[in-house]
Design a protein. Structure first.
Length: 226
């Protein structure tokens, strides 16, 4: 039952975190969509590109979740500390509170964490240029695989959560649920960029999303203590 609650929570975090996704990745989605051949930008045709980008992005998240879940398993089973997983879960809950503060615009500390992934992205970003301009869904999928490793405080927070699961499969499922949660906003961004961008940048939307994620973090802490 707890696993199902975690998956649902991860989905909702991805959905509510759309205010961050649109701000950070929305420009990428818009640029890629506008960079398509003119005949591919209209009607249902563009959906195969949007789905290819996002399916690959979520696949990268899922792989990262499995890797970090494996790290959690190693920490819990090889450290000799029986309370290791409990401490990891507490850390994940605190990260959720920090994430909520970040989304709500009340604290920008996670922006510094994003900078930690900048060196990796500097190595990956030139590879992405090889697939531009996008001309086929296959190119869109390959570019999406790289896009999934873009430095993002939101993703990093959920990866800490994946570590706390202490299980590669659970970590993968957690990031898959999160990725699916981000999907509606980023698909919509590819179709109605201007309208959606204006809506999610409304401070009230950001504060609501941030407040909900903070509640997730507090609930997780309560569940550990109770």
């Amino acid at each position: 039952m707890l696993a199902e609650v975690s998956m649902l929570s991860a989905f909702l975090v991805g959905l509510l975190g759309g205010v961050h996704c649109v701000g950070m990745c929305g420009g990428i989605v818009g640029a890629l969509s506008l960079g398509l051949p003119s005949r591919e930008r209209v009607g249902a045709t563009r959906w195969k590109y949007l789905l290819a980008y996002n399916a690959a992005r979520i696949a990268s998240y899922t792989l990262a979740g499995a890797l970090f879940g494996g790290i959690g398993w190693l920490a819990a089973n090889w450290s000799g500390l029986h309370q290791a997983q409990l401490w990891l879960q507490a850390l994940a809950a605190l990260f959720m509170v920090a994430l909520g503060l970040y989304l709500g615009g009340w604290w920008q500390g996670l922006a510094h964490i994003e900078q930690l992934g900048a060196s990796l992205w500097r190595r990956l970003e030139p590879l992405g240029r090889r697939f531009l301009p996008i001309a086929t869904p296959r190119q869109a999928f390959l570019l999406g695989l790289l896009w999934g490793w873009l430095p993002c405080g939101l993703v990093y927070s959920v990866l800490v959560w994946a570590i706390s699961t202490g299980n590669p499969l659970h970590g993968a499922a957690l990031l898959l649920s999160f990725g699916i949660g981000t999907l509606p906003n980023l698909l919509a961004m590819g179709v109605a960029a201007e309208t959606l961008s204006r809506r999610v940048r409304d401070p009230r939307t950001r504060r609501f999303a941030g407040g909900m994620v903070i509640l997730f973090g507090i609930y997780s802490l309560y569940r550990l203590i109770g």
